[in-house]
Design a protein. Structure first.
Length: 104
């Protein structure tokens, strides 16, 4: 067997620091919720959009939204925030996530 296959490989692994999120796009919110609804992890589970309620929620800006929604999430992309506010809705980032940002 060649030497390069016998020698152990080394390197960096980001596994211990990996953050997983439950990801939801704006196009999904447009289909699943009515005008004026409040979007939280609990309401997404009830609407059968999410399966796992334990993961933090991240909203991404894929798609368009025309409904006025109040979105409460752990993270929201800048594009998604702009589209939600343009449609007349509001975005709230949970306090736990804001505390983590302040500590960094």
């Amino acid at each position: 067997m060649p030497l390069y296959r016998r020698v152990a490989r080394r390197g960096f692994s980001n596994y211990p620091f990996k953050e997983e999120f439950a990801i939801v796009n704006l196009s999904t919110l447009e289909k699943s919720f009515a005008d004026g609804d409040k979007v939280t992890v609990e309401t997404l589970v009830k609407a059968k959009v999410l399966k796992n309620q334990k993961l933090p929620l991240k909203v991404l800006g894929n798609g368009e939204i025309s409904k006025k929604l109040t979105v409460i999430a752990d993270k929201v992309s800048a594009g998604a925030k702009a589209k939600i506010e343009k449609a007349g809705g509001s975005v709230e980032v949970t306090a736990a996530t804001e505390e983590l940002k302040e500590n960094e």
